[in-house]
Design a protein around this ligand. Structure first.
Ligand SMILES: *Cc1c(COP(=O)(O)O)cnc(C)c1O
Length: 389
């Protein structure tokens, strides 16, 4: 057997064909000496808004800051509570605590890994009135690249009069067959938050993010709070922060955005290929990620920011693959309700059977666009070797 190196992600392979175009865009920024906000940021915001079909896109400094700014725009603060999924990247829950609000965690659906609307409804129905009044927002996460069950989330949010802020950091361009037609994740709730961290499907050359909204009023608040809450001329009617997007990052993102749907398609192709390779090897031990909205007239029901399987003996499998040159990662090894920093968040561990199980079983395999069939065969063969050892 030929040993092979299959990294979890290979950004160099993605950037090589865009090298000249990226260098030219960065050079333009350097020559303009306009590094903060400016034309490049405005241009990228327009392109991103068009891509997502939203009225407003507000470029910000990171996905974390996008979530923080969205909460600040709704004036969420001490005494308030915000519901989110128990199983996500830390930032989703961290920002809730950072604005002084109380995070409330809800378990996930086992197939999509996303917030379970049935549990969300049960939680809200059983909440004492005073607690329910403190509730300001629900933050569903579209984990790994496919949408949460947004129709149900929106119905529940409307019934209990709370806002919905989508954490779409991993799902830019993923479609959702909503009751009222096809939508894209992040463009469904009051605001949608995106990350352009380098490992996301649309990655910058550093930290960057975006908040989108169809509300003119919220867009204005977001833009003001992005620059310390100043509307103009050092007059601060509200408090914001430095949440600006750099011109260099915007320039890079503008070069990459036109390629995004092709990269998504290649990731989807790779996901299908893994499915076939697993079946051909009778690999029933690993559970491939179900594409919940497949065949619902969506071209992009899952954009596979991560290809996350459930695997028995997960940690041993991960070590086995690592020794054979295959990069994998565990997203995420610990649900929020078990994080030491949330030890004072009241919760009953029995309410979280699925996030706990997922944390022990998930393993993300290489899925990036430039991954070759040969590499995927190698990955599938090594997994088969592990379970047949
Ligand atoms: C990446 C990510 C974030 C944070 O984005 P940054 O740009 O890294 O700050 C938030 N939520 C989720 C689900 C993410 O994957």
């Amino acid at each position: 057997m030929e040993p092979m190196i299959v990294p979890l992600l290979d950004l160099k392979a993605q950037l090589a064909p865009l090298r000249e175009e990226l260098l030219a865009a960065m050079e333009e920024v350097m020559d303009s000496a306009r590094f903060i906000m400016g034309e490049k940021v405005a241009a990228f915001e327009e392109e991103a808004a068009a891509y997502l079909g939203v009225r407003h896109a507000v470029g910000v400094s990171s996905g974390t800051d996008a979530l923080l700014l969205a909460l600040m725009a709704l004036e969420v603060g001490p005494g308030d509570a915000v519901i989110t999924s128990d199983f996500s990247f830390f930032a989703t829950a961290g920002v809730i605590a950072r604005v002084g609000a109380r995070p409330v965690f809800v378990d996930i659906e086992p197939d999509s890994f996303n917030l379970d609307p049935a549990r969300l409804r049960k939680l809200l129905e059983s909440m004492p009135e005073a607690e329910r009044r403190a509730l300001k927002a629900i933050v569903p996460v579209h984990l790994f690249g496919q949408s949460a069950a947004m129709d149900a989330v929106l119905d529940i949010a409307a019934a209990f009069d709370v806002s919905v802020i989508e954490d779409a950091a991993q799902s830019i361009g993923a479609q959702y067959p909503a009751r009222h037609g096809l939508r894209v994740s992040g463009a469904i709730g009051a605001m949608g938050c995106f990350s352009f961290f380098p490992s996301k499907n649309l990655g910058a050359f550093g930290d960057a993010g975006m908040v989108v909204t169809d509300s003119d009023r919220l867009a204005e608040v977001l833009r003001i709070k992005r620059v310390h809450g100043a509307k103009s001329g050092y007059l601060h009617e509200t408090i914001g922060g430095n949440f600006r997007l750099d011109a260099l990052q915007a320039a890079v993102l503008s070069v990459k955005l036109p390629h995004l749907n092709r990269w998504h398609a290649e990731r989807m192709r790779n996901a299908e290929r893994y499915g076939r390779l697993f079946r051909e090897r009778g690999l029933t031990q690993v559970t491939a990620p179900p594409v919940v909205y497949a065949g619902k007239a969506c071209e992009r029901p899952h954009i596979f920011n991560q290809y996350t399987v459930r695997a028995p003996e997960r940690d041993d499998l991960r070590a086995f693959l690592g020794e054979r040159g295959i990069g994998t990662q565990v997203y995420y090894p610990r649900p929020f309700h078990r994080q030491p920093c949330f030890a004072d968040v009241p919760c009953n561990p029995a309410d979280f059977p699925e996030s706990g199980r997922a944390a022990g079983e998930v393993l993300s395999l290489p899925i990036y666009s430039e991954l070759t069939e040969e590499m995927q065969v190698y990955v599938a063969d090594r997994i088969a070797e592990f379970y047949n050892r």
